[in-house]
Design a protein around this ligand. Structure first.
Ligand code: 1CP
Length: 333
């Protein structure tokens, strides 16, 4: 059994399990090298040979306990026919939504559009590097995908003023997302994903209607994954009440963000926990890194815990600090 699976069933693990969000990405020189000659990001995600190489890069270097496939949460809007582009220094830009067109996309067409992702999983499943490791498939949560689809650019500077103006559009897009996210989950599991992570990176932007935007849409996905017999990890970044979220949504494991006080949280959570460390700590120094890592490992000493970050690893992170992090986590007893 893999270390993460042991943790999920509450067994004590021989080693402290570890993987990092966004481990297959821009902080790795070997990734940047591939990226240089592949300026079209969507095309790169659909190149299963290169995507496989990128997925395995962090495994070969650091021996993490899980490989997360190199793909993107925005492959779903792409798969249902919304234009998605990644412009340098601008992040993603999405095209207008033509609801009629999106509603006409069939399950087969969507699956065909994203077929290289499933091929990637099928091929990875048989790689020797994946032996005794989990293969993580993922999706964006409905809210976070809704945000990108309607806002059309990253909401890092806030949502567009008229974001909520078209109620009908919002409801229709949420319905579409529930359908196609489930298909994408099912296809990834059929192709070999052993865990699904749901990224709700912009959950912190929700101010009202938590049932409509956060709890029920996520619960619907979590139940779907569980029905397919695979564990599901939720990452509702930036919400104020992880305890309430966990009670309603009941994921197999919860990934906490770096604003959560782990000491307080542990008292109110009885499911396995992942993550927490602020990725900015990796930009400081080794002494501070050790101190901060130990804080999490000590607090979660008697709680099923997978070491990870409180958000994705930053592109400017030095490789040396990642080696140090892995060593500290692996040697901690
Ligand atoms: O070279 C480049 O500029 C591409 C950078 C890049 C990479 C490496 C993007 C663009 N996506 C990815 C891969 C990616 N995205 C993975 C691969 C597997 C891994 O984790 O190693 C995953 C899981 C994602 C998920 C993702 N994409 C999220 C959720 C997690 C998070 O970090 O919050 C989000 C919000 C996205 C959208 C996205 N894709 C890329 C960028 C730069 C962004 C964020 C844009 C923004 O700031 O709004």
């Amino acid at each position: 059994m893999t270390p993460i699976k042991e943790c999920l069933i509450n067994k004590s693990t021989k080693i402290n399990p570890i993987w990092l969000m966004r481990q297959a990405g821009r902080y790795l020189p070997e990734f940047r090298e591939i990226r240089k000659s592949n300026p079209d990001f969507i095309k790169l995600c659909l190149n299963h040979t290169l995507a496989q190489e990128i997925t395995l890069q962090p495994i070969k270097r650091f021996g993490f306990d899980a490989a997360i496939i190199f793909s993107d949460i925005l492959m779903i809007p792409y798969g249902i026919g919304q234009n998605v582009e990644f412009k340098k220094n601008l992040g993603p830009t999405l095209g207008n939504i033509e609801l009629k067109k999106l509603f006409n996309v069939s399950k087969n067409e969507f699956t065909e559009n994203l077929s290289p992702i499933y091929k990637l999983l099928t091929n990875l499943k048989n790689c020797k590097e994946i032996e005794n490791r989990d293969l993580i498939g993922f999706v964006g949560a409905p809210w976070t995908l809704l945000v990108y689809m309607i806002n059309k650019i990253s909401p890092k500077n806030g949502l567009q003023e008229d974001f909520f103006k078209d109620e009908i559009l919002i409801n229709e897009v949420l319905n579409l997302l529930d359908k196609f996210i489930k298909i994408h989950i099912e296809n990834q599991i059929n192709a070999g994903a052993t865990i699904i992570q749901i990224f709700d990176s912009w959950a912190g932007l929700i101010q009202n209607d938590f049932d409509r935007f956060l709890y029920y849409p996520t619960l619907s996905l979590v139940n779907h994954v569980k029905k397919l017999g695979v564990p599901v990890i939720c990452f509702p970044r930036g919400i104020s009440d992880y305890s309430k979220f966990t009670k309603i949504v009941k994921p197999s494991m919860i990934n906490i963000d770096y604003n959560v006080d782990p000491q307080k949280l542990i008292k109110s959570l009885d499911i396995p926990i992942q993550g927490g460390l602020d990725p900015k700590i990796l930009l400081s120094n080794k002494e501070n890194l050790k101190k901060q890592i130990k804080k999490y490992l000590e607090i979660f000493r008697d709680h099923p815990y997978v070491f990870n970050l409180g958000h994705g690893i930053l592109p400017e992170t030095e490789i040396d600090m990642v080696y140090e992090l892995v060593e500290i986590v692996r040697n901690y007893k």
